[in-house]
Design a protein around this ligand. Structure first.
Ligand SMILES: [Fe+2]
Length: 297
């Protein structure tokens, strides 16, 4: 429905890197606009670097229940890591600042990954796909694109539930790959001023200014913007002792279609070349952790 417009924009203009303007609207409204073929203006805005904060996209209980479930899951199950290969299991991993050096962008977070070919232990795929399908339509994809793919097909859907522990949790300013999923699609599970203070998600505008929109975010909202717009997560609760086993800090839900690790060329390199996130190379101390490494449990 929208693929032609996206292609025209991408063929004639540079992809957006800087945040331009925030739009806030309810889920029921934007869902109708998208599905009724009325979202051309929204797409033009997205390609200028605008972000859309959508209120009440998920029931609040969906998010609060998911935090409890994932916290229990991470307590019961051992940490592990698995590449995106055929049959890969769900897993969780504490990505410490040291471990994050193995990743393309700096971060400190506890991530729990879910794939549709596993048992979906908390039955989240039906509710998430109901929203993701609308977003996929907006992105110019088939409404169910990638939904049944497995790693051998090249691109797979992955759900990530993330906890940013107090004080040390962060995600450096970066861009995400836009080749398979044009928009980043974020679900908010925590509220600033209630579950944590300070910090959180931000976008960066054309003057290198950090635009933090967390005060306008409630649990159950979603946000989307073009994936190449600079964004990151600033540490929260700098005065709180971090503890990887606790439930405090900031929680976040990410839905992303990733190139798998399954396809390699004859030299063993990912093929087609994997598009991944990349740092912005901007140095903005106010959004980075002040590392005086403290002992964590
Ligand atoms: Fe991102």
């Amino acid at each position: 429905m929208y693929e032609q417009l996206w292609k025209e924009l991408e063929d004639t203009k540079e992809i957006p890197h800087r945040f331009n303007r925030l739009h806030i609207m309810p889920w029921y409204w934007i869902k109708a606009e998208i599905l009724n073929g009325m979202a051309h203006n929204i797409i033009n805005n997205l390609y200028k670097g605008d972000a859309y904060l959508i209120k009440d996209a998920f029931p609040r209980e969906f998010m609060t229940d998911l935090i409890s479930d994932v916290h229990d899951y991470c307590t019961i199950n051992e940490e592990s890591f698995h590449k995106m290969l055929e049959g890969t299991p769900d897993f969780h991993r504490r990505i410490t600042p040291e471990l994050s050096k193995k990743y393309s962008i700096g971060s400190c977070k506890h991530s729990c990954y879910f794939y549709h070919w596993n048992e979906d232990p908390f039955s989240i795929f039906p509710d998430i796909n109901a929203r993701w399908r609308v977003l996929k339509s907006l992105m110019g994809l088939q409404y169910n694109e990638y939904e049944d793919n497995t790693p051998k097909d090249g691109v797979v859907d992955r759900i990530q539930v993330v906890r940013y522990p107090p004080q040390i949790g962060y995600l450096e300013p970066h861009v995400d790959a836009h080749q398979h999923q044009r928009l980043i699609f974020s679900g908010y599970m925590s509220k600033r001023g209630v579950h944590y203070q300070d910090g959180g998600f931000y976008l960066i505008n054309g003057s290198d200014e950090v635009i933090n929109i967390e005060d306008q975010i409630d649990v159950g909202d979603i946000l989307f913007c073009y994936a190449s717009v600079y964004h990151g997560v600033a540490p929260c609760d700098l005065d709180v002792e971090p503890d990887w086993t606790k439930k405090d800090g900031r929680w976040f839900l990410s839905m992303y279609s990733n190139a798998s690790d399954e396809l390699v060329d004859h030299q063993g390199n990912p093929f087609p070349p994997r598009a991944t996130a990349a740092p912005t190379k901007l140095y903005i101390p106010e959004v980075l952790p002040h590392y005086e490494p403290k002992t964590t449990k």
